[in-house]
Structure formats: structure tokens, C-alpha cells
Design a protein around this ligand. Structure first.
Ligand code: URA
Length: 233
């Protein structure tokens, strides 16, 4: 919403009053003076009027090292969810508003993002965004070397009616590879290896865009993202 409209609505004052505040440098937005009523604000914007701060929500951006067996969901009757792990780590945090920016299967481990900022997670998970996601893959049978070229060409997914973006795969051993994909389709990695009738027995996400899973972050633990990380992705 526009700043001027937000102020007149929240403080129940006239447009004339808002205009006057703006003209007389009585408004700050995110700690900087603001004269433009058309500036867009949201529930996280820090606004002061005549030196008095208005209420705002605090944005949260968390990077989790997801353990195997934990569900990428907010609630579940059967399995522990990633939200329950966050509540255990931060008992005073308001987790009601947290959601996932991209899921991992229950057995998959590694980097998972959670936030209460819907605009950020939406931008991140838009298919056009093509954010690289790197996985360590372990398969049941040897990986045929020709899969490197086939994945680099992109593979056709009938269900979605799309060809995947060229993926990079580095073979680490007969049954282990490092794979970078650019979409987040349901069971995407498993379905790519299913083309070779080769079940994925372990899957671990190491990276997502500029974000790397820190080696010192224990399984089940989270850390807040830095401003640079939030904006950089
Ligand atoms: N691809 C999969 O098959 N599973 C995941 O959890 C992530 C990517």
C-alpha cells in the first residue's frame, strides 16, 4: 500500500494532514526521512510520525539444516515438522506466521528456508526465477555416465508438460553425484534418476542460490539469514 494511504487509514487522519507531515519532514521510513506519499510500504515497514514509531511486524528469515524424517510442513499429526524444531530452538518466537520457501521430501536433508515474508518466498519460488539448487545424490545402482549429458540437455516431465532447465552433474563415485537443478518440481531429483530406474537412497541439499549450508550448523538447527543473504538471493 502507498505510504500516504497507509497513514491516513491507520491513524484515521485526513489526506491533508498526511501531506503536511510529509512536506514538513515529519515522516521517516526505515530510519530515513521520506517525503514521497506514493512510496510503497508493507507490514514490516518501520514508520515514524513526528518522532513516534508506528507498530510493525518483524520479518524473519531462517536457514535450517533439515534432518531426515522431519516433514517440510507447519502441522502434522504423525510426523515431527520443521516448525516444531524451530519452536524447540526459539521458544519465544512467534512461529504462527512462518512458512516454507520451497520444500524438501521427508527423507531429504539439508538447506531449507523459512520466513514470514510472503513476498520474499513467492519471489524465490517462482519458476521463472531459476535459482540454482545443489544436491548431493546417492543412488542405489551405479549412475550411467551418459546421464550427465542427458540432464544437461534437460529432461521432459510429462506431468508438468515441461523440459527441465539444463542441469549440471558431477559424478563423485559410481553411486554419488553433485547435481544442480533450476526448478523445484515435486520429487524432481528422484524423478530424474527414475528415468534410469535408479532409486535415490540419500539426498542432501547443499546450496540454494547464494546460500550455503554452513558445516557448523547441526542437523535440526536454524540460523537467521544476514541482510546480504536475504537481498542477494
Ligand atoms: N528432489 C527430490 O526428489 N526431493 C527433494 O526433497 C528435493 C528435490
Amino acid at each position: 500500500m502507498r505510504l500516504d494511504r497507509y497513514l491516513s487509514k491507520t491513524l484515521r487522519v485526513s489526506n491533508k494532514q498526511v501531506k503536511q507531515w510529509l512536506e514538513c519532514d515529519q515522516i521517516t521510513l526505515d530510519d530515513a526521512p521520506c517525503k514521497q506519499g506514493e512510496t510503497l510500504v508493507n507490514r514490516f515497514s518501520r514508520i515514524q510520525v513526528e518522532g513516534r514509531p508506528l507498530a510493525h511486524d518483524t520479518p524473519l528469515y531462517l536457514l535450517m539444516h533439515k534432518p531426515a524424517g522431519v516433514l517440510s510442513a507447519t502441522k502434522d499429526r504423525e510426523h515431527t515438522t520443521v516448525i516444531e524444531l524451530i519452536e524447540a530452538q526459539y521458544p519465544h518466537l512467534d512461529s504462527s506466521d512462518l512458512h516454507l520457501a520451497g520444500r524438501l521430501d521427508r527423507a531429504t536433508t539439508g538447506l531449507l528456508l523459512l520466513t514470514n515474508d510472503g513476498a520474499w518466498s513467492k519471489a524465490l519460488t517462482r519458476p521463472e526465477q531459476k535459482i540454482p539448487k545443489t544436491y548431493l545424490v546417492t543412488t542405489e545402482h551405479p549412475i550411467p555416465p551418459e546421464a550427465v549429458e542427458r540432464f544437461a540437455q534437460g529432461v521432459w516431465f510429462d506431468k508438468e508438460g515441461v523440459t527441465t532447465a539444463p542441469a549440471q552433474m558431477q559424478l563423485l563415485s559410481d553411486t554419488r553425484a553433485r547435481l544442480t537443478i533450476y526448478e523445484g518440481m515435486h520429487h524432481q531429483v528422484k524423478r530424474m534418476f527414475a528415468l534410469y530406474h535408479n532409486p535415490v537412497v540419500a539426498l542432501h541439499r547443499e546450496r540454494m542460490g547464494n546460500l550455503v549450508l554452513d558445516s557448523e550448523l547441526a542437523e535440526g538447527q536454524c540460523r537467521p539469514l544476514s541482510r546480504q543473504e536475504i537481498e542477494g538471493i
